[in-house]
Design a protein around this ligand. Structure first.
Ligand code: NAP
Length: 241
């Protein structure tokens, strides 16, 4: 490049771009949400809230007829299908199966989940006479197990601390809680934050990368202790954000 050429180059913009507003989240209203294990209380509760907020929702089951039977009580245009069809037809796929079936379910759906935004809400917990306690998955957490099993998916984690009882209660209009959202890619995390924010009363808050999912999943053991002592359906609020 000659000195004349360089003189013709536009001056380099050295000014820093203004920091992005962390509450400037994308519009997710047109995305289809699938829920694997959507016939259980957590999956049905999330499906109910998201569909009521206007989201297109499909609940999945290992047996399509169980999912179709469950949608009758949900309304709001929720559809039912088997887990594979649910994954195929959805943009965002929430994993709401028990920890026992987590690895096997995801492994069997690797193809259908390729390219999808996966949201893991699974809490690996054990229960004994002393109450609930956190298990220690080999991969670090359920979310990290999902990421390891689904290399072609965009894995995030969220919705761990919600009470399925509150989610399903038709008398309750607002769920007073924050949702911690974890993930590796900011754009994906923001989609999940925006999705949580569609439910009245909820905010989705970035809470770190997947290597920190274990604490978030484990905290549910503490919330269960709170619920038992105070006969409550405790949620979480993150202050000063
Ligand atoms: N309940 C809550 O308040 C809550 C809150 C936050 C997070 N979570 C998490 O959300 C997940 C679902 O909770 P849940 O209480 O709804 O659980 P659940 O009722 O025990 O299971 C949900 C659904 O998963 C399917 N399923 C059962 N065993 C399975 C297996 N071995 N493999 C694949 N699918 C299986 C069943 O649907 P089909 O038989 O129709 O396939 C079942 O209806 C759990 O991992 C939990 O940690 C729960």
């Amino acid at each position: 490049m000659t000195s004349t050429d360089s003189a013709q180059q536009p001056a380099k913009d050295t000014a820093k771009a203004p920091a992005k507003d962390p509450w400037d989240l994308p519009d997710v209203s047109g995305l289809v949400v699938g829920v694997l294990g959507g016939t259980g209380p957590q999956g049905k509760g999330l499906a109910h809230r998201l569909a009521k907020a206007g989201q297109k929702v499909i609940i999945g089951s290992r047996a399509a007829e169980r999912a179709r039977a469950a949608v009758d009580e949900l309304g709001y245009g929720v559809e039912g299908a088997d887990n594979a069809e649910t994954a195929r037809r959805s943009d965002i796929v929430i994993v709401a199966v028990p920890w026992d079936g987590h690895g096997e379910t995801l492994e069997s759906l690797r193809g259908e989940l390729a390219g999808k935004l996966v949201v893991d809400c699974v809490n690996p917990l054990g229960f004994d006479k002393q109450g609930a306690y956190a298990l220690k998955p080999e991969e670090g957490s359920a979310a990290q197990q999902a990421a390891a099993l689904l290399p072609d998916s965009r894995v995030t984690a969220a919705f761990h601390h919600l009470s399925a009882v509150l989610l399903q209660d038709p008398e309750i209009d607002e769920i007073d809680t924050d949702v911690m959202v974890l993930g590796e890619v900011r754009a994906d995390v923001e989609i999940v934050q925006a999705l949580a924010g569609r439910i009245p009363g909820m905010r989705g808050i970035f809470a770190g990368r997947l290597r920190n999912a274990h604490q978030v999943e484990s905290l549910v053991a503490n919330l269960i202790s709170v619920n038992r002592r105070y006969k409550a359906h405790a949620g979480l609020r993150v202050t000063d954000v």
